[in-house]
Design a protein around this ligand. Sequence first.
Ligand code: CP
Length: 310
Amino acid sequence: MKLHSRHLLGLENVTADEINLILDTAESFREIIDRPIKKVPTLRGVTVLNLFYESSTRTRISFELAEKRLSADTIGFSPLVSSVKKGESLKDTVRNIEAMKIDMVVVRHSSAGVPYYLTHCVESNIINAGDGSHEHPTQALLDLFSIRKKCGKLAGLRVVLIGDVKHSRVVRSNIWGLKTMGASVAVCGPSTLLPYEVEKFGVDVYTNLDEAIDGADVVNIMRIQLERQQAGLLPSQREYTNLFGMTGERLKRLNKNFTIMHPGPMNRGVEITPEVADHESSVILEQVTNGQAIRMAVLYLLSGKKEQEG
Ligand code: CP
């Protein structure tokens, strides 16, 4: 069993067998992270460029650590201290770095479609680390992995994605991945932050949080981007918190053995109260740890290496 593409651009066209392959491979890498010496020689000789045109804490560090723990050579790239400041284009930037002989590019960019565009510019394997409002496939894979680890399954679970559904690449990738794996998916947010014809994604749609989370197994709470208020899409932060904030009181509506998730970064006291973020049913920090194992699995499977060593 192999992945059908040598790039990971999104989860929209990734099959259940491929998702299972990535999650199962990540299980073996997850064990390596807990070892005293967290390093295997699996990607020795492979060079990975981390091309982050947009800020990131979790994804960038997680990819960097995943690469180092697989013994790959890694290059960090920040446009702020590069010749992008002198006007060099994205295409020329990547082609010049590839001329120094790299194998894979992990890219984050504020424009949707940049990872796809890069597949036409260079020979390297491309991994999408978040492109505009389009997709964030490794985030969704780590979310699926974390749910499967906690609940023992994905099929049949009721998962509610809450917040800025319209602009969230995490929501979009989660919808594709969760539906492919047989979960029942609902989205909930203010009508101004729901995409046009969102029901065509095959999800249940709510604008009332209390109704949405009734009997939910998993709630995945998205960061509310405060600039949306300036754009007139939110009445006020306080009203958003009253209507859509996940509070301790609201946890009573969830199914027994519920799971709380958030991809980070969190606005504590806005979309999630500290009580919920730090609740014993929260897997927010486990998501971050599991993200490294998912990224190790994706790097390994896309690298075309035949077997895992060490
Ligand atoms: N979840 C996530 O993508 O976080 P970062 O923006 O910090 O990478």
